[in-house]
Design a protein around this ligand. Structure first.
Ligand code: ADP
Ligand code: ZN
Ligand code: ZN
Length: 728
């Protein structure tokens, strides 16, 4: 018998949504490019940039059907090193996502095109002799130039450093170069110049000590410290020795946590220029930062979720701040948790990872309670400022004006008359709409599983997002027979106008995505607040962190009820976290702050526990409830999400998918509509998979995927698996 010898091939990941790798022969006369290198390959009629996953391996394809790669794009060295490649391979297996799409995530967008090249080593700018002489003279007319020149007095600054200082820096820098006052010099990574910060408190010191004692190996630390307890100061002390030892550090922060203030603090204290990576910088800036990290030139990378996969050859420490923040989970495409993958990356590299938060997620607390993570607590504010006091305001006992209670308005007026500031916080995180009785507080819940029902207004239905149970909206309250059923938390739209009408002489500053879309307007507004004087800040989650506003002494949380009775079982956890984060904005040593919670349900036990017992007591009782209800993190979930233009198409696909789900421990619920059922004309539904063990869940999904892809009903449907989902 004549068995043909298998061809040796390169196995390549391509940016196509297919759960497979593709075999190619090397170009004629070429060596096998190593794993992690970019190659250009023919794919149908197109040419695609792929990444080599395996090199010089036998193929099961017949030789005559194999195509050759067109070119190796990175000659010298693979772009992604082997530890990163194996982390990414773990990711596509764990998250059940197309390998090519996962690998793309690790490449800066600029490198996804075939003609992209790595940037040259960057430069920075320094004073010339003439510049120094100019500094001795009076500022003169062009203040911006002189102001920038003064910044160089402390040493060279890179483009990124300048970009942080103001908007039109490029023009000003051009003038300084023209005048011969500054010139470009190569960026060298000398020793960082570490400036000592404040003397650590006893609490901070003991945390730094105990984390340092476990350095050098993988260990996951939870830094659980109240707002203002000086967690950032602890991070700086942990980073210092690692950077001094010539290693690299990765600091991940939530999307709205990456403020110029934060960067300035790191830069000043550590005396080095961090490579900054997030999705809103230009492709060029991002590529430069990425290359600085990959080449080892940058010792510190600070970024959001998308910075997680930055290649860092000498990585020695990972810190993830505000680990509970939902922006660490990517919610479309390759749905991964940057927190969980960061822990995996640290484990692979055998280095420590620190997860910090004032309000740790239940997942992380559960890990800390079961000793998988070490739990470090900071219970006092570093500045000795008192934590704010809480006040629950019963809306049913108060007059109401467009969402504000009469009692709230009185307290606002008092605060403003003391020349202090008020923050009105709208809890608008896209909570599932909840139907409630305005008279008695009744809300709809599922008789089968005790979960709260979501109100799908256009369809006139109430839906359980846990078991899929659905029913019609009742015409009047089943408890008290009143017909005042309405959506909780409605009517906050007119709030800003109502506030302005009530306080016509006080500036009302709005902070949310719409009003702060221009790059610097958030900071402009923040500066206005920091200048002092009475004003009212109105805003959403954006206000909850990043800034300290010392003159804000009253925080008003307008609508807590929608979250109290949301269908999403995580809503209470998130409400607790958000309330503590906003309350952390209130008050300073001299001026204690207070927080008003407006609610129709002043007796809610969870809220009472949060207020009287603190976050830890609240969170532990939430964990206990999750255990009783068999919900994550005590059980494990995945979703099969589908969407299509025609509702029946999704429903049929998901039903067929449920029918072929392999037998085992994992239970399957649905199909049911997503909480946001219709988005951009497409209907979204899901199947919920839930298991008591992670291993069972994954084993069953893995053997399901093949048959699932072969389902003919799937052709009209966009579908994806969401492992460890955060939203329904
Ligand atoms: P967190 O990150 O926990 O909210 P920060 O690290 O931002 O806290 O610290 C809050 C404030 O307290 C900052 O203004 C910081 O400079 C200050 N601070 C932190 N640690 C100390 C300390 N040991 N002594 C004095 N002030 C401190
Ligand atoms: Zn009622
Ligand atoms: Zn149910």
């Amino acid at each position: 018998m004549n068995i043909p010898k298998a061809s040796r091939v390169l196995r390549v990941a391509l940016p196509v949504p297919l759960a497979q790798l593709f075999d190619y022969l090397p170009a004629p006369g070429d060596q096998f490019a190593p794993a992690g290198a970019r190659v250009l390959v023919p794919f149908g009629r197109r040419k695609l940039v792929g990444i080599v996953v395996e090199s010089d391996v036998p193929s099961s394809m017949p030789a005559e059907r194999l195509l050759r790669i067109l070119a190796v794009l990175d000659e010298a060295k693979p772009l992604l090193d082997s530890s990163l490649m194996s982390l990414l391979a773990w990711c596509w297996q764990y998250y059940k996502h197309a390998p090519g799409v996962v690998l793309q995530t690790a490449l800066p967008p600029a490198l996804r095109k075939p003609d992209a090249r790595l940037p040259a080593a960057p430069t920075q700018f320094a004073l010339t002799g003439a510049g120094e002489a100019r500094l001795q003279l009076p500022p003169g007319r062009v203040r911006a130039q002189f102001a920038m020149l003064q910044k160089f007095a402390h040493g060279p600054i890179s483009e990124i450093g300048l970009a942080l200082e103001g908007l039109r820096w490029r023009t000003t820098l051009g003038r300084l170069l023209q005048q011969g006052w500054v010139h470009t010099v190569p960026l060298v990574t000398g020793e960082p110049h570490i400036t000592p910060g404040p003397v650590l408190t006893a609490e901070q010191l003991s945390v730094v000590d105990s984390i340092s004692r476990m350095s050098g190996h993988f260990h996951c630390h939870l830094l659980d410290g109240v707002t203002g307890s000086g967690k950032t100061e602890v991070y700086l002390h942990l980073l210092e020795p690692v950077i001094r030892a010539g290693k690299q550090c990765l600091v991940l922060v939530p999307e709205i946590g990456l403020t110029p203030q934060l960067l300035r603090r790191f830069r000043q204290r550590l005396g080095l220029e961090p490579a900054v990576i997030h999705s809103r910088i230009s492709q060029g800036e991002r590529l430069n930062a990425w290359e600085a990290a990959r080449s080892g030139r940058s010792r510190l990378v600070i970024g959001t979720r998308s910075a997680l996969f930055t290649p860092m050859p000498a990585l020695g420490l990972i810190i993830l701040d505000e680990e509970h923040d939902s922006s660490f989970k990517q919610q479309e495409g390759f749905r991964f948790s940057a927190r969980d993958v960061a822990v995996k990356r640290a484990a692979d590299l055998d280095i420590p990872v620190v997860l910090g938060s004032a309000t740790p997620s239940l997942e992380t607390l559960n890990n800390a309670r079961s000793d998988r993570y070490t739990w470090h607590r900071l219970r006092q504010r570093a500045t000795r400022a008192a934590l704010p006091t809480w006040r629950v305001l019963d809306m049913s006992q108060n007059s109401r004006h467009h969402g504000l209670a009469g009692g709230t308005i009185e307290l606002m007026a008092e605060t403003l008359s003391r020349q202090e500031q008020v923050m009105v916080f709208l809890n608008r995180r896209g909570w599932a709409p909840v139907l409630m009785c305005e008279e008695c507080g009744w809300h709809a819940s599922c008789e089968r599983c005790d979960a709260n029902l979501t109100w799908h207004r256009s369809a006139g239905r109430l839906c359980c997002h846990h078991c899929g149970n659905q029913r019609r909206v009742p015409e009047f309250c089943p408890d008290c027979r009143a017909d005042g059923l309405s959506g909780a938390g409605e009517g906050t739209q007119q709030l800003e106008r109502a506030i302005q009408e009530r306080f016509p002489d006080v500036p009302v500053l709005r902070f949310d995505r719409d009003s702060t879309s221009r790059k610097d307007s958030f900071n402009d507004r923040a500066d206005q607040v920091l200048q002092g004087g009475p004003c009212i800040l109105v805003g959403t989650q954006m206000l909850a962190k990043g800034h300290h506003f010392p003159d804000v002494t009253l925080v008003v949380v307008v609508n807590v009820d929608q979250a109290l009775y949301s269908a999403d079982f995580r809503a209470l956890e998130r409400l607790g976290q958000t309330l503590l984060q906003v309350s952390g904005r209130a008050g300073r040593a001299e001026k204690p702050g207070s927080v008003i919670l407006q609610t129709f349900h002043p007796g809610n036990e969870s809220m009472a526990l949060l207020i009287n017992g603190g976050y830890e007591a609240f969170a532990i009782s939430q964990l206990e409830e999750r255990r009783l209800a068999q919900l994550p993190p005590l059980t494990f979930q995945a979703l099969l999400r589908g969407e299509a233009l025609i509702r029946a198409d999704v429903e049929q696909f998901l039903s067929a998918a449920a029918d072929i789900f392999p037998r085992g421990e994992t239970r399957i619920f649905g199909p049911m509509p997503a909480i946001k059922e219709k988005v951009a004309g497409r209907y979204r539904m899901y199947l919920l998979l839930q298991s008591n063990t992670r291993a069972d869940l994954h084993r069953q999904i893995d053997s399901w995927l093949g048959p699932l892809e072969a389902l003919p009903q799937g052709r009209k449907v966009r579908w994806a698996i969401d492992v460890d989902p955060q939203e329904l």
